[in-house]
Design a protein around this ligand. Structure first.
Ligand code: ARG
Length: 457
């Protein structure tokens, strides 16, 4: 099973094998490893480095290996050091001598660099599809709630009224940028390292452009030493995944607050909630809490990867093998979180009446009351003071601004007239805010149009 026994006189120590092996985790990309090998031998034959018969035998052998792993008849065992050795040994077993020619003009260093790129590229696409699914759910929520009023907060204190559409829209922007980040990374990483050899290229007349094309890359990488040791794209990906996890955590935190007995803005669906073993009344938001918690391990992967890379002399060093488990775990974690979060949000009930009542109580229209005075010639700083006094009056009488009589308004400033009630109504407060990016439905509709076009592009 070994690829390198020739110059050794002793058997490998079992503990060394266990410590060194990567097949227990790099078997995750056996399909990418096989795809890379098929492209490699296709190119070798085109260049006359391999005969067409050998090429065909190798490709047929590789395809049969893939099929057998797919359907479970071929079990991947940890006797091999890594997936590359496993596939090659199995190929030789199946087709004999032709299989021994597969590794011509290739090193495991450029091979693993390729496999990891192919694997993460697929995962970037899958993560992007999940993000898109989430955006679709959020967009629907926005369209349905253009006039669902709720308090907007700063310092977790009621500030000004907004709509549920507008609040959800803030997260839409975050996840939209996350997609942009993934697209940037994909574009930058999409160059093929195959043909870089161990570190210094090869003397075979490889056609690297052709291999790159066969594997849907934008071209070959331009420095063979960098190619076998570059893991920048993983750091970028882990940073992007950390940002997605952070956004999911932040939204989860809000949902946990909204779902609390005190807020009751939302109710989690039973199918996305859990109970208590002792307290019969409990219905807990465990899924949102887990998503919030899992951000920690994704950040951990980013920190680990940065640390692994900081002391690696050119070119390939075995430290690089540490990239895999970290990255796989971060990807799987974020994909799982996206899937669960999307399901949770799309099954949640929004208590629009509770949100609106909350928006009405808490002086979220105080700024608009001050603006009313400004529109009647009062300088803003004076208006601020006048409304402050009115708020104090309301607090003492346990009332909202809207509940004051005109006489009470006038007792603090003679400028107030009957139209103050309309000026500070929830409807006016929200719907008057129509500059682009603001919560007014007219502004939101324009933004939603932009999102729709983008999602369908
Ligand atoms: N398992 C190794 C890795 O993940 C594959 C490359 C091994 N190359 C070597 N020269 N030992 O990096």
């Amino acid at each position: 099973m070994k690829l390198w026994g020739g110059r050794f006189t002793k058997e490998e120590n079992q503990l060394v094998h266990n410590f060194n092996e990567s097949i227990s985790f790099d078997q995750k990309f056996y399909r990418q490893d096989i795809a890379g090998s098929i492209a490699h031998v296709t190119m070798l034959a085109k260049q006359g480095i391999l005969t067409e018969e050998d090429r065909d035998a190798i490709i047929a052998g590789l395809k049969s290996i893939r099929e057998d792993i797919d359907n479970g008849t071929l079990k991947i065992t940890t006797e091999s050091e890594d997936i590359h050795s496993f596939v090659e040994a199995n190929l030789i077993e199946r087709i004999g001598d032709a299989g021994k020619r597969l590794h011509t003009g290739r090193s495991r260093n450029d091979q693993v660099a390729l496999d990891m790129k192919l694997y993460t590229r697929d995962e970037i696409d899958e993560t992007d599809a999940l993000l898109k699914g989430l955006l679709e759910v959020l967009l629907k929520l926005m369209e349905d709630n253009l006039h669902t009023y709720m308090p907007g907060f700063t310092h977790l204190q009621k500030a000004q009224p907004v709509t549920l559409a507008h609040h959800v829209g803030a997260y839409y922007e975050m996840f939209r940028r996350d997609r942009g980040r993934l697209a940037d990374i994909r574009k930058r990483m999409n160059y093929c390292p195959l043909g870089s050899g161990a570190l210094a290229g090869t003397t075979y007349p490889l056609d690297r452009e052709y291999t790159a094309e066969l594997l849907d890359f934008d071209g070959p990488t331009l420095n063979s030493m960098d190619s076998v040791s570059d893991r920048d794209y993983l750091i970028e990906l882990l940073a992007a995944l950390s940002t997605i996890a952070m956004h999911l955590s932040r939204f989860s935190e809000e949902i946990i607050i909204w779902n609390s007995n005190e807020y009751r803005f939302v109710e989690m669906d039973d199918s996305y909630s859990t109970g208590s073993s002792i307290m019969p009344q409990k219905k807990n938001p465990d899924i949102a809490e887990l998503i919030r918690g899992k951000a920690g391990r994704v950040y951990g992967a980013l920190m680990s990867m940065l640390t692994v890379m900081k002391g690696i002399p050119l070119a390939y060093d075995k430290d690089l093998q540490e990239d895999k488990e970290l990255t796989f775990d971060a990807i799987d974690t974020v994909k799982g979180c996206l899937l669960l979060f999307t399901g949770m949000v799309s099954t949640m009930t929004f208590r629009k009446d509770v949100m609106e009542t909350s928006a009405k109580n808490g002086f979220t229209n105080a700024t608009d009351a001050a603006d009313y005075l400004v529109n009647h010639g009062v300088p803003f700083r004076d208006a601020h003071g006048i409304i402050g006094q009115l708020v104090l009056l309301c607090i003492n009488e346990n009332k909202a601004l809207d509940d004051l009589t005109l006489e009470q308004f006038k007792s603090i400033s003679p400028v107030f007239e009957e139209d103050i009630y309309d000026a500070i109504s929830m409807k006016t407060c929200v719907e008057k805010r129509v500059t682009i990016g603001a919560p007014g439905a007219e502004a939101m509709k324009k933004v939603i149009e932009v999102y729709k076009k983008e999602l369908n592009a």
